[in-house]
Ligand binder design. Sequence first.
Ligand code: NAI
Ligand code: MG
Length: 355
Amino acid sequence: MKVYKIAVLPGDGIGPEVTREAVKVLHKLSEIDSRFYVEMKEFNWNSEYYLNYGKMMPEDGLEQLKEFDAILFGAIGDPRVLDSVSIWELILPIRKHFQQYVNLRPIKLLRGLESPLKQEVPIDFVIIRENSEGEYSNSGGTMFQGETREMAVQNTIMTRQGVRQIAEYAYEYARENGLSKITNATKSNVVIYTMTFWDQVVEEVAKEHKDIAYEKYYIDALATYFIQRPESFEVVLASNLFGDILSDLGSAIVGGLGIAPSGNINPEGTFPSMFEAVHGSAPDIAGRGISNPMAQIWSAALMLAHLGRKDLHDSILQAIEEVLMERKVLTPDIGGSATTVEVGDAIISKLKLME
Ligand code: NAI
Ligand code: MG
């Protein structure tokens, strides 16, 4: 039996509600699969912790997390704490220090869900977003506050290593999953230094993988194609900012934030990777027990695939799809009236190991 050690950080708002359901699913799998066991440890590092201790996690927080095979993260964000604090002092340090330079976001229309797009086409692709540099770099500054000449500069940082490693990951992902095309999201016609460099390095990697097709679109046109012909994409490779925006657009065409999962991945396995729903802490519905746990449960499934158990990932996805197709136990965001706990229980009742 293989034992996986998972750090669980439920966070704020609906984070704990949806994470509780994902944890239940992991326990259930441990129960029904004799080869699999998860050992989970929960950490209360969130905005409440910040209000008590003046920091989002202890000094040795990253050291503590390093020992785990993976991290399951809820969501962070509380009206009493600046978003810049909760994000820059908890999520971003984990992503950066653990070199989770891949943000993986599946855009897949599950069976039983309808896309707001009228056309009935299968939508099933992934967005691979650069997660450690680019437009979200802590480089820049402000000057002359309050004067008419007040100014702000925010630098985009693209490094050869950074661009190369995300492009290589995209190609490896395509190869491992039997996919045949990479779509590069760019804007090198206008952002002439950084995006031209991005294209150049991506295309160097593309030349090393000639058996996989390569195409490039400017981000504005690509956004329209997401709506007009989403079925034509397999792997979309994007910089930090472009990937962030495209993945919210992507999640909107396949059922919304209550469903959308993600992984922050350190492909080398030097550090634990972190899996989290795309949504935030949803303060508008927190505490009412109506948040959709599917995004977080699917994120836990991505975690299992990352840990080498693609079969358990598929079992979870199958169970989610069965619940969606029955249309009996759904949360309000996707047209039902069930609670978070009821949806979690329904998914658990459908869990079966793959043959
Ligand atoms: P949000 O994702 O929390 O909520 C957006 C809308 O979607 C809300 O109407 C919410 O009720 C709904 N929603 C989100 N998840 C849902 C679910 N599982 N089931 C049903 N409905 C759901 O984004 P928002 O409102 O912009 O941000 C709220 C807080 O979350 C902020 O403090 C923000 O900084 C933080 N945030 C944190 C993230 C993270 O922890 N990685 C990511 C995004 C936002
Ligand atoms: Mg986002």
